[in-house]
Design a protein around this ligand. Structure first.
Ligand code: ATP
Length: 226
C-alpha cells in the first residue's frame, strides 16, 4: 500500500526525520506512534506530498508518487471548513459536488459514520465526536482505499474518543487501510493492527502491533516514555 525508503527531512538545524523506512500493508490500521516532536506530522506531510523530503523515496500502491493517486487517498490532515448552520448532509454535498459524487455516496458515508439519523441536524448542534465523525465521512467521499489521520482523537471528550476509535476499527474491518499518527500507546494498542514507532525522527521499530509491543527490548529502545 505504502512504502517509505530512507526518508530524511531537516528544518534548518532540526533533523525531523532520519533515514526512516517501513511499509504499510494493505488493509492494516497502521499507527505512527511517537511523542510530540518525533516527526509524525512531518512524515504524514511528506507522504501527502505537502512537504518535500531532503532524502529518500516513497511509493503508493507500488508506484512512484503521482497526482492521480490522490483520488485513492482520503486525508484529514487539513480539517474541512464545515458551515455551522448547514446540516450534516448539506455540508457533505459541497465536497461531493467537488468530487463529482452523488447522493448514494453521501448516504454511504453517513451510514458508515453512524450519522445517518442526524443528517438533517445543523453542524453547530453536533458534539465534538460527531463533528470529527463528519470530518471522516467527508474524507471518505469518493471511496478512498486509504485514510490518513493525524491524532484523530486529540481534543475530544471521552465519549468522542470512544466513538472515533470504534469507527477506525470498523473502517479497518471493512477493508479501508488507515494510517494514523498518535502519541498514545494505549490508543495504538486498542485500535491498530500495525505500528511504526518514531523517536526524535528515528524509527525504533515497526511491524504487527502485538509483536512490536510485546517485544522485550521495547524498554531498551526507549519506548517506555512514549
Ligand atoms: P506533534 O505531535 O507535536 O505535532 P510530531 O511528532 O508530529 O509532533 P513534527 O510536528 O513532525 O512532530 O515535528 C518534528 C520536529 O520538527 C520537531 O522538532 C518540530 O519542532 C520540528 N518542526 C516541525 N515543523 C517545523 C517547521 N515548519 N519549521 C521548523 N521546525 C519544524
Amino acid at each position: 500500500m505504502l512504502s517509505l525508503h530512507q526518508i530524511s527531512k531537516r528544518y534548518g538545524a532540526i533533523q525531523a526525520l532520519n533515514d526512516v523506512s517501513f511499509s504499510v500493508p494493505q488493509g492494516s490500521v497502521f499507527g505512527v506512534l511517537g511523542p510530540n516532536g518525533s516527526g509524525k506530522t512531518t512524515l504524514l506531510g511528506i507522504i501527502m506530498d505537502v512537504l518535500k523530503a531532503n532524502a529518500g523515496t516513497y511509493s503508493w500502491f507500488g508506484l512512484p508518487p503521482h497526482e492521480d493517486q490522490r483520488k485513492r487517498i482520503g486525508s484529514l490532515l487539513e480539517t474541512p471548513n464545515f458551515y455551522h448552520y448547514y446540516s450534516a448532509a448539506r455540508n457533505l454535498q459541497i465536497t461531493a459536488a467537488i468530487k463529482g459524487r452523488g447522493a448514494d455516496d453521501i448516504e454511504r458515508v453517513l451510514k458508515l459514520t453512524e450519522l445517518w439519523e442526524r443528517r438533517d441536524s445543523k453542524f453547530s448542534t453536533f458534539s465534538l465526536g460527531m463533528k470529527q465523525r463528519l470530518a471522516i465521512a467527508n474524507a471518505l467521499l469518493g471511496g478512498p482505499e486509504v485514510l490518513l489521520l493525524d491524532e484523530p482523537t486529540n481534543g475530544l471528550d471521552p465519549a468522542g474518543i470512544a466513538e472515533i476509535r470504534e469507527l477506525i476499527r470498523k473502517l479497518g474491518q471493512e477493508g479501508t487501510t488507515v494510517i494514523m499518527a498518535s502519541h498514545l500507546l494505549d490508543e495504538v494498542e486498542k485500535v491498530c493492527t500495525h505500528v511504526a514507532i518514531l523517536k526524535k525522527g528515528v524509527l525504533l521499530t515497526s511491524g504487527h502491533v502485538d509483536e512490536v509491543l510485546a517485544a522485550e527490548d521495547m524498554i531498551e529502545m526507549g519506548a517506555n516514555d512514549l
